[in-house]
Structures are given as C-alpha cells and as structure tokens.
Design a protein around this ligand. Structure first.
Ligand SMILES: [Zn+2]
Length: 288
C-alpha cells in the first residue's frame, strides 16, 4: 500500500485540536447534554427577566441561530487530510458517473444500488493509496432505540505515527439521513447547509450529528409531534460511531457467466449549484 503523505497546511491547528485529548464534540456541546441543565434553561437564564412571550420568542431565536452557527463552524473547519479524501471521493464519483457502475447484486434493489457504488468507490480510493474500507455497523434494540444496521465507508490514515490512526468517514447519503418531511423552516435551513456527501473525521461527524439531532428534537417539540426513534441521537450515533465490522472489497469480476452484463446505468447526477454529486437513491432504512 502506497504511503499517503500528510501535507501540513494551515488547518493543522484545527487538526491538532480535533485530535487532542479533549473530546471536541463534548467540549463544544457538553452544555446541551442536560447534565449542566438543559439548553433551554441556560438560554432562559441568558434572557431572564423578559416578558414571558417575548422571552420565549427570543429564546427560540437564539436556539436556532446557535445551531446554525455551530453547524457552520463545524462543517467548514476542515483539515488537509479531510480535504484530500473529499477531493479524491468527488473525483472518483465523477468517474463512476461517467463509466457507470455494474450492479453485481444477486437481487438488485429497485433503482440505483448504494452497495455497488460503495464497493466501486472503495476500490478506487484504495488504488489511490487510501486505506479505504467498507464498514457495517449493527446494533441491538434498547429501551430507547430499535435495532438496525448501516453501511458506509471509512479511510484510515496512518501517516502520522504521533497521532495514531485517524478515521475519516465517507457517507454518500448524509443529507438524506437527516431530512424530515414535516420539519420547520429553521430545521430545513440547517439541512440546506449539508451536502449529500459527507467526508469528515469522526470527531467532526460526532459534532454534526449532535447539532442536527438536538435541532430535530427541538423542531418536533415545537410542532408538538413525536420524534421518530430512528431520528434519536442514540440511533444516529449507532449508525456511524458505534461498533462496526470492516471489510476490504475487491473489484467485481466483469463478465462472469452467472452475472449477466447489464446495460451501463448513469447512477449519479450532479448538482450544478454546488458541483457536488447528488445520489438519486434513498438510504437503506430499517422498516419497523
Ligand atoms: Zn448492486
């Protein structure tokens, strides 16, 4: 495996910060955990003494503006390692779009096949020298969340022995995972800040998930609606941050007799506004 050099750029400060002993997400969001009082209590103290209605409106405004700022800051600070993997991923997806992906599943799913795109993408990133794996997380039901499983990619960077292994998650359908049909405008504004493709270190992913899950909870509370169990913070954490199995895929043999050739399908289209790939298939969701 070709060694991937780590370029040192001005994002190293953040890199060191994210890799430091202190937990980034917890540092930043510990105040929302409820251990130090709920976010609303804290915000309530902040604007205390107001007329009740006015205070409530102000508190609400502060909550959503804070989420927006936190998400912005978390998404847009990026390390050179993450940028490199993101660039390579976008480039590989563009190529896959051009040549098409052969679905090798015995029972192909309706529409485009996330599984086969993930495999091809992983093979391509490996050929570029990245330690890219397919990860399958699986979790049991608990009092709070139902069981489920999820598949995504990761790149394990070992180029800096001092830092140890750095794990960068690649999720092809990130935005879709958080979209809610009956969300309010404030929540949708957060979702609009996400691109469909997420490439980021686990610390960053952890922080982003927390912001979005806190926002989803608040949104549903405001609408007096029940938050679906698969939208809960614990469930989202289990998807990408819980226990998982890692496999290295091999390229699919082309023209194997029992796998008839299918016409090449164009699997990806491009969102020209952002120049980011948009996948037109839905994420695998667990049906209750
Ligand atoms: Zn397939």
């Amino acid at each position: 495996m070709e060694k991937v050099p780590m370029t040192r750029q001005n994002s190293d400060g953040i890199d060191d910060f994210l890799d430091g002993p202190a937990d980034f997400a917890d540092l930043m969001f510990g105040f929302m955990d409820g251990s130090n009082g709920s976010d609303e209590q804290i915000l309530g103290d902040f604007v205390g003494g107001e007329d009740e209605d006015e205070g409530q409106i102000k508190r609400r405004r502060i909550f959503w503006e804070t989420q927006e700022q936190l998400l912005q800051a978390t998404l847009f600070q990026t390390t050179s390692l993450e940028s490199r993997i993101r660039r390579a991923t976008k480039e590989a997806l563009r190529e896959l779009h051009t040549v098409g992906v052969q679905c090798g599943c015995r029972r192909p799913v309706a529409g485009d096949c996330r599984k086969c795109i993930q495999r091809e993408l992983s093979v391509r990133l490996q050929s570029l020298g990245f330690n890219c794996y397919i990860c399958k997380s699986k979790w049991k039901s608990s009092t709070e969340i139902p069981p489920g499983e999820h598949t995504y990619l990761e790149v394990l960077d070992k180029s800096n022995p001092k830092k140890g292994d750095v794990r960068v998650v690649i999720e092809l359908n990130f935005r879709a995972e958080f979209e809610m049909a009956r969300a309010n405008d404030d929540y949708n504004k957060l979702i609009a800040m996400l691109s469909e493709l997420f490439v980021g270190k686990t610390e960053r992913l952890k922080a982003v998930i927390k912001i979005l899950c806190v926002a989803a909870k608040k949104c549903m509370k405001e609408k007096k609606m029940h938050l679906a169990p698969w939208r809960k913070h614990k469930y989202m954490q289990a998807k990408w941050l819980g226990t998982y199995e890692r496999t290295t895929p091999t390229p699919l043999p082309v023209g194997t007799p029992d796998r008839p050739q299918k016409p090449k399908a164009s699997l990806l289209t491009f969102d020209l506004r952002q120049g980011l790939p948009v996948m037109h298939y839905t994420a695998v969701e667990v049906v209750w």
